[in-house]
Design a binder for this molecule. Sequence first.
Ligand SMILES: [Zn+2]
Length: 437
Amino acid sequence: MPPELTENPLEVSDRILATGEIIESFNRVTNKVSELDEGISIVESFSHVISFDTGDELVCFDSSGAMTGTAVVEALRSWSEKPVHSMVYTHGHVDHTGGSGAFAADADSRGHEAPQVVAHEGVRHRLDRYELTNGWNNAINRRQFGGVAPSENLGIGGMGARFLPEDALWPTVEYTASHELAVGDHTFELFHDRGETDDHTWAWVPQHKALCVGDFVTWVFPNCGNPQKVQRFPAEWAVALRKMMAYDAEWLFGAHGLPVRGAVNVNRILEDLALALEKLVGDTLEMMNANESLDSILHTVALPPEMIKPWMIPVYDEPEFVVRNIWRQYGGWWDLNPANLKPAPESAVAEELSALIGGSSKLVERAQELAAVGDLKLACHLIEIAAKADPSGQAMHEARAAIYQQRRDTELSLMSKGIFAAAANESAKELESKEEG
Ligand SMILES: [Zn+2]
């Protein structure tokens, strides 16, 4: 990231779209406000806040996360002091809803009414689920975001001790398929489609020929395969992108990444994303219909590099994970390996294998050889078998920590980095506790 960011995010997106080169960071968690057009502003943050001035009141899309809510409201208030009439949640993820408490507190301090919160009816179910799975969600987020340095900030976050903050606003206006929100001299045509989530809203704002699309466009590869999260919807995501294209919009506002201006640019981005998702879905389904195994599909289906455009580099989620999600969506959890249907404990298999070859130290040595020549996938398999066969081996943990650190350093996506870093840390901690004990 260069020390000095270009102030206006539109200039950055114009340049990247014109040159096809990433010359500057495109996910900027600055908590700064920029006016994009008369009456439209963005606060760039953990989920941006896009605001429309409708005359006497504002309509905001998303509230950013709990840790950035206050800074975001402060920035917004330097652009306009009008009451926030409505807050639209593009979906229920905490980096979009967690900052809403700061909006409520701001309204209170100004003597304004609290904003009404407009959302798809699924948001409520998601927030209920977060209450059910608070521990799980905190654990997976520690893994997911623990593998990248804060300086590599991707602007897609939402951590905190409690997964959903206590003061978050719950939806007050809920809809099923579509909803027309009229405020002042503006109308916001809200539509539900599934994509990253099952509770997603995108909006057409005719007064500005603008699309407000939440996480349907994030300037990284669609977050549609996330290994630790519930089902996502690649085919439906592509359908939504094509519906958006039909408007020939002049503006495209996603909740992460850069705002986009100009109908040609807008539709180019929408179509590039749709084409990538359609290819993954089509190729995966074709192989599933031919009764191919998950293993064979995972090692066959891929996107040709020229389909991965600069505004969809897999630095967050990955096409390979999307393939797994397609398998899960249309098939079942079984991978077609009969031994995996009702498996023995992994440790029993590992003990058997290591006894056969004369001890788990052989596995550790071979894993290190493989890592030394860069075959990290195989090295990881072997070191895991060694770990399952002899969970307290000192040499195993030393090798395992090093192999996963090496793996983390070669991966591109935040999700892979996070999971491999967590494995490296796990073995490093084992070694530390041995030294202490
Ligand atoms: Zn998001």
